[in-house]
Design a protein around this ligand. Structure first.
Ligand code: M5T
Ligand code: MG
Length: 591
């Protein structure tokens, strides 16, 4: 039931409306028995009663009134049904709107680890299909249940006032129906959970395929992808059929029981009429209302199906609803300080699910220093810098910024002090201008241009069809890898933060451009500590210090000259890269 609490909480503001809807449902369905009652009066007074002929002439007024009553109540019920549905719809739509915002915020508030573990397609399914299933349940399933139960009870009570024995005869059928329904519910539940999972897989495959379409085309793997999709589609479709077909196994029993109501009524009711136990009018009331008992029994299967789907979706939404990130950004609206930009790693170790990737790392960076980080691929460079903005938390030791453990700093403030260009560049579907000014939408245009210049991006931007107003990103024009990197660099510079992290940001630009960028970085007009992950000695040589990572360990640390002197990893890289340059030069010389 804890799972349902949040639904009630989110009905706030619409609770009165929702309760009104429930009450209207009860009232509207209770009214169902009025017309059969009037019918019973008409039959007994004007058709089969002892004085029927006499009454027809003398009490014509009553007959007309009863007939008008029947029409009146039918209209009333229709009106009520309209009102009721409207209340359900509005209350549930309003609730859905609220929950959707809440869930969206919740997903935004999750830490990186959450995104490592959750598939986009699955999250999308939760935000769309599952949410709608819950709304559908709040409006339609609850309505159907309430109305079925009310009609059923009203009819039973009414039947009892007419003849208890006949009613009991009819109710003999109820227990077996409930048993069948219960077995069915148990059987079909896991199927809907499975179905839900397959839908999410289908969505994940679709989403991955669309966002990865370039790779698919590059490897001419369309057919494979179509097969993969078809496979998921078949599974989904099969799961759907299986769940639907299981109903067919139970349907004959339920249907037979439902039909049996009529048979019992005919036999027992007919017998009672002949005996004079009940009047013909009462018998007609029974037969007019027998559906009120048999229909809910028939609907039980549909209701159970929907309830199981509801629970399958519910549990998925609850997963997001109550998800608690380990790293929480509270977005406190306090004054944000500007840091000096000191960074210390104090015996830091770090692990992902797979195992430890950083071991006992210690180093310090003074404000304003430029540190280059180098190391073979997979050595842990990205993981290391990710600890500074607290994308992940350390598993041992501590990372300090301005002398304070980052876990004790306010996250908005911490991240608000860091400009970062991540290794895989993501640009939004927006103008170039909008992308550069992403961190500071107020940025004046001259400044955007200024930072684009520093990042050596201005020239190519002005050559684009619409300059800074060119839309890039997913649905915009394509950019080269190096162009993207330079826009990402402009974006990171434009926020003017005291700590700047560049993860392989110049790997795709030519040496000349890189030189331009380095010059810009040296001459930034704001105080800034720089951590630059790079593979080229030409970049690292300029740094105040160089850190060399290998297999998650810090193996060398020092200036360019110092590291060359110890003839370790750095020296080897230096030789390798210079040999290359040497060869090129000599090749030129020969020409
Ligand atoms: C360091 C592992 C990865 C590697 C090591 C991002 C990520 C990495 N790893 C995980 O297990 N899970 C993850 O989500 O961690 O990875 P890195 O820090 O990304 O290495 P790098 O930045 O030095 O490499 P590169 O290629 O960017 O130069 O063993 O398997
Ligand atoms: Mg990396």
């Amino acid at each position: 039931m804890f799972e349902l609490k949040w639904l009630w909480q989110n009905l706030e503001g619409n609770r009165a409306r929702y309760i009104t809807a429930l009450v209207l449902s009860v009232v509207g369905s209770s009214l169902m028995i009025i017309n059969p009652y009037i019918g019973q009066r008409i039959v007994d007074t004007f058709i089969t009663g002892e004085n029927a002929v006499q009454n027809l002439t003398q009490e014509r007024g009553l007959l007309i009134m009863l007939c008008m009553g029947m029409i009146g109540f039918s209209l009333l019920r229709t009106g009520l049904a309209y009102l009721t549905t409207m209340q359900y719809e509005q209350a549930s739509q309003n609730m859905l709107y609220k929950v959707r915002i809440y869930l969206y915020n919740k997903i935004q508030g999750q830490d990186m680890e959450y995104y490592d573990h959750n598939r986009t397609g699955d999250l999308m399914t939760k935000m769309t299909g599952d949410l709608d299933m819950v709304r559908h349940s709040m409006a339609w399933i609850i309505k159907t249940i309430i109305e079925s139960v009310t009609i059923f009870l009203a009819a039973v009570v009414y039947f009892f006032t007419i003849d208890a024995v006949l009613t009991l005869w009819l109710l003999v059928l109820a227990p077996p129906i409930f048993i069948v329904a219960y077995i069915f519910a148990k059987k079909v539940r896991p199927m809907y959970i499975d179905l839900r999972e397959r839908l999410s897989q289908l969505n994940t495959t679709t989403q991955e395929n669309i966002s990865g379409n370039r790779v698919v085309k590059a490897f001419a793997r369309e057919e494979y992808e179509i097969e993969k999709f078809t496979d998921k589609n078949i599974h989904f479709s099969q799961a759907n059929k299986k769940a639907a077909l299981v109903w067919l196994d139970y349907f004959p029993y339920l249907e037979t029981f439902a039909q049996a109501f009529n048979v019992i009524l005919m036999l027992a009711g007919g017998y009672f009429v002949m005996q004079g136990r009940i009047t013909f009018g009462e018998f007609s009331a029974f037969s007019a209302l027998i559906w009120a008992i048999s229909n809910p029994m028939r609907n039980i299967g549909i209701i159970i199906n929907d309830i199981q789907r509801f629970f399958a979706s519910l549990s998925k939404i609850v997963e997001i609803y109550y998800a608690k990130p380990n790293i929480v950004n509270e977005h406190k609206a306090t004054e944000k300080r500007r840091y000096e930009g000191r960074i210390d790693f104090d015996h830091v170790s770090f692990k992902y699910d797979g195992g430890e990737v950083l071991h006992d790392i210690s180093f310090s960076v003074k404000p304003g220093e430029t540190i280059a980080i180098m190391g073979s691929t997979g050595s842990g460079k990205t993981s290391l810098v990710n600890l500074i903005p607290r994308f992940y938390d350390v598993s041992g030791g501590q990372v300090l910024v301005d002398g304070v453990d980052v876990r004790k700093l306010e996250l908005d403030e911490l991240r608000g002090n860091i400009g970062i260009a991540t290794q895989d560049v993501l640009l939004f579907s927006d103008t170039i201008d909008g992308n550069i000014a992403y961190g500071d939408p107020e940025l004046p245009e001259e400044q955007t241009v200024e930072y684009a210049r520093l990042a050596a991006a201005h020239d190519f931007i002005t050559k684009m069809p619409e300059g800074y107003d060119t839309i890039v990103g997913e649905r915009g024009v394509g950019l080269s890898g190096g162009q993207k990197q330079r826009i990402a660099l402009s974006r990171a510079l434009a926020v003017r933060r005291p700590i700047l992290i560049l993860d392989d940001t110049t790997s795709a630009v030519d040496l000349e451009t890189e030189e331009h960028i380095q010059k810009s970085l040296r001459e930034l007009d704001f105080p800034c500590t720089k951590l630059i992950i790079a593979q080229r000695v030409s970049t690292t040589a300029e740094a105040d210090r160089i850190l060399i990572l290998d297999g998650g360990r810090l193996i060398e640390e020092g200036t360019h000259a110092e590291l060359l002197a110890i003839r370790g990893y750095y020296y080897e890289v230096f030789m390798l890269q210079n040999e290359g340059i040497g060869r090129k030069v000599s090749a030129h010389g020969q020409k």
